[in-house]
Design a protein around this ligand. Sequence first.
Ligand code: DAH
Length: 345
Amino acid sequence: MENQNINKIYDQAMDEISSSSTSEKLQELKIKFLAKKSVLMSLLSTLGTLPPEERKAMGQRLNEVKAEISKAIEEKENELRKAEMEKKLKSETIDISLPSKKVELGGQNPFYVVKDEITDIFLNMGFEVADGPEVETDLFNFELLNIPQDHPARDMQDTFYISDSLLLRTHTSPVQAHTMKEANGKPIRIICPGKTYRRDDDDATHSHQFAQIEGLVIDKNINIGHLKATLELFVKKMFGEKREIRLRPSYFPFTEPSVEVDITCASCGGKGCSMCKGTGYIEILGGGMVHPNVLKMNGYDPDVYSGFAFGIGIERVAILRYGIDDIRKFYQNDVRFLNQYRKKA
Ligand code: DAH
């Protein structure tokens, strides 16, 4: 075996590697020069037949050549890969100076705008937000709110029953009872925004599903003045400083005394017009002082604690705030309606 022979193989390999222009060709050269059956490798396997004094030098030389061919193939591979990438990058350039597609901003449903505003107003007064289940028990929806089985007030709150004692809540008031039970005799100041349900006709002013915000404050020495001041502040923040409120005696089984709260009509400022049916006022919510029975049933001593509660219809506030003429528009997802409340980009 002569050095010459090896040098020939080396030169040939280097030649073919440097002139190959595809990775497939390189792959072939790898097999040709480095695979087990290649000339170089078969020379390696015959080393044992050489006289010992030649063997070492020849072995070294063969290994050097093998390593150099491997290296040359690897370098060529990298070179080709780089060239391919550059070619690809050149052919796939994009013109980033073109204006991009406009992202359309959706409009927030005015229902949620108003719900968030009401919530913020009460959070700023120190209320916390409570939550409760929409599927309620008869116990929490009625009994614990002083509305026993045969109470006529149940007639106005017919709803969807899951079983005799499970129903879709007719108001957010059951959250009052849940909160009192959890608070375990401690003072309370919460609101609860949430969905409510009733078996009702669906028309411009009624819907089988609507939403309320419940309010409940319980502490020592709470009186109706606190209720009035709280609601007055709410109305002025929500509808403007000029709005006045009026409390009218009313009836709810869970409050005593109970009140209906009206605000001065935005259209006529209280003089009387077609909007307010000549009365100068528009009703917006119900409230009152928590009934002693409700306090007692839910773990508060009515001789020590007193409280006020209220329930606000969210859609009603939104309707008055934006002059919306049909409650169903909140739920229909009609973009012509929603786009009117789109935030300016
Ligand atoms: N739950 C009543 C309803 O749905 C609204 C209401 C009235 C809630 C008076 C109250 C309240 O907390 O004190 O008609």
